[in-house]
Design a binder for this molecule. Structure first.
Ligand SMILES: [Cu+2]
Length: 167
């Protein structure tokens, strides 16, 4: 009997302390988890991926070059039709990307351009291509006719710029 009594008391004490400990740990975990999800929330509505318009016309190819001749898009200027797409191909001298300056893009073109740019690092700024053969393709379906200047973010200072005219 004495042994049983001791056992009951001990387990009761253990349960009490365990409960107290669990409650503390649980509330801490909840707080951490809430903190994590709150921190991740701004990234969740990833701009662009929702309503990308499919390419219905020709997909044109533009090379991304960085060598002894300089940093450039080739061709630097291209004229396309609405619904066409452009596939940029990393040739050498990266990293390269495709970025439109939000300050120069007409208001009406901003939303369709953003919707059509996959994997944006920032507003109207495409992801970095890091190795030869990597490509970045975007559709110009739904983008209003006009002329759009763009650049390569890492080589903006080296004047790596391009111009797209949509007819
Ligand atoms: Cu570049």
């Amino acid at each position: 009997m004495r042994f049983l009594g001791f056992a009951v008391m001990t387990s009761a004490a253990l349960m009490l302390s365990a409960c107290g400990g669990d409650k503390g740990a649980a509330s801490t975990d909840t707080a951490v988890m809430m903190g994590d999800s709150a921190a991740m929330a701004p990234a969740a509505p990833a701009a662009g991926t929702s309503a990308m318009a499919p390419i219905t016309g020709t997909t044109h190819e533009v090379k991304m070059i960085g060598d002894a001749t300089g940093f450039k898009f080739d061709p630097a200027e291209i004229t396309i039709k609405q619904g066409d797409g452009i596939k940029w191909v990393f040739v050498n001298g990266g990293p390269h990307n495709v970025a439109f300056d939000p300050a120069t893009v007409p208001a009406a073109a901003k939303a369709p351009l953003m919707a059509n740019m996959p994997e944006q690092m920032g507003e109207l700024m495409g992801k970095m291509l890091l190795a030869a053969g990597e490509t970045y393709t975007m559709s110009f379906a739904g983008v209003p006719a006009g002329t759009y200047d763009y650049n390569c973010t890492p080589h903006l200072a080296m004047n790596m710029r391009g111009k797209i005219t949509i007819q």
